[in-house]
Design a protein around this ligand. Structure first.
Ligand code: IPD
Length: 306
């Protein structure tokens, strides 16, 4: 494409740092003066799907900066979408942004939250920048150019930090998230697929944790989809499954994972995780898939061919 990926990448890294500073300042204000009317936490879909004034301010800032610098690019963001803005993914270069991924953590003063800035072209994630200002970690990637972890006063670390291996469930650390979708079968008028979502999550915990030949080493839930993907990319975890993600949750992390030799699949986790992944029963993912399985070692232990 005609997009100068390096230029967009460098600009986005700078933008992420400025947005991250807004998160730090916003968090300080919230905790220093929690009673002020400016610090509202509103519920979106339900009582655990939250948005704060900081999410909204960061997204407004990001949009205005993009409009100034890349006026021909499209934008998809979590908060404008929740507010009803049209955001259909198409082939145009599109910034896909979660201003604060891990809003629940942010509200609680838990440092596991980040700004996630992705760029898709032809619906393929090309650039991923994920910055956690509280953890002071920045993950960056350009498609086909590797992914990196940047920490203060250290040279960038190329990902993965450990060599990828094929997924072996019985020695794996696997991330799953409960997400904000807590509706169980039979409790609402939602579509069959979303009614099923929470029950599938419960079954997945049961299948992976109980004492069996497929018992995992451990299950984790950090509360920010973007950082979960980075964690698999780095090699700190072996896989991450979640039902109910949006493109702003996964776009940036996708590039970072892909460049670290990992693989994104689409769909529910199979009963026998390992065999079905190897047998390719889980499909390769698209950006609007909603249900994702991210694996550290690529399918079959090999890096996907371009
Ligand atoms: C959410 C977080 C959470 C995940 C949800 C996401 P938000 O993003 O990443 O961990 O379970 O699926 O939507 O709402 O904090 O930006």
């Amino acid at each position: 494409s005609s997009v100068n990926l390096q230029e967009v990448h460098d600009w986005s890294v700078d933008l992420a740092r400025r947005a991250g500073q807004m998160m730090l300042d916003g968090s300080n204000k919230r905790f220093q003066n929690p009673s002020t009317e400016d610090h509202k936490t509103d519920a979106k879909k339900n009582a655990v799907d939250l948005v704060t004034e900081v999410d909204q301010a960061v997204e407004a800032f990001v949009i205005s900066e993009i409009e100034k610098r890349w006026p021909s690019f499209k934008f998809i963001g979590e908060e404008t979408q929740s507010a009803g803005a049209d955001s259909v993914l198409d082939d145009h270069p599109t910034f896909i942004v979660d201003p604060i991924d891990g809003t629940m953590n942010f509200v609680h003063g838990n440092p596991w939250c980040a700004i996630s800035i992705g760029l898709s072209i032809n619906r393929i994630p090309y650039i991923g920048i994920i910055y956690s200002p509280f953890l002071n970690e920045m993950y960056t990637a350009i498609r086909n150019q590797g992914s990196y972890l940047h920490k203060p006063n250290q040279p960038p670390l190329r990902l993965p930090l450990q060599p990828p291996t094929p997924l072996a469930v019985n020695t794996a650390l696997i991330i799953t998230e409960w997400g904000a979708d807590r509706t169980t079968i039979g409790t609402s008028a939602l579509s069959e697929s979303s009614k099923e979502n929470f029950d599938v999550k419960l079954r997945t915990y049961f299948n992976l944790l109980r004492n069996s030949p497929n018992m995992v080493h451990g299950m984790r839930s950090y509360g920010a989809a973007s950082l979960n993907l980075c964690s698999v990319a780095a090699g700190h975890n072996d896989a991450y499954w979640e039902g109910g993600c949006w493109e702003w949750d996964v776009c940036a992390g996708w590039v970072i994972l892909h460049e670290a030799g990992g693989f994104m699949c689409e769909g529910n986790p199979p009963e026998n995780f390992e065999a079905d992944v190897e047998g390719a029963k889980v499909e390769e993912a698209t950006l609007i898939g909603r249900k994702y399985l991210a694996i550290r070692g690529a399918k079959g232990g090999r890096k996907e061919q371009e």
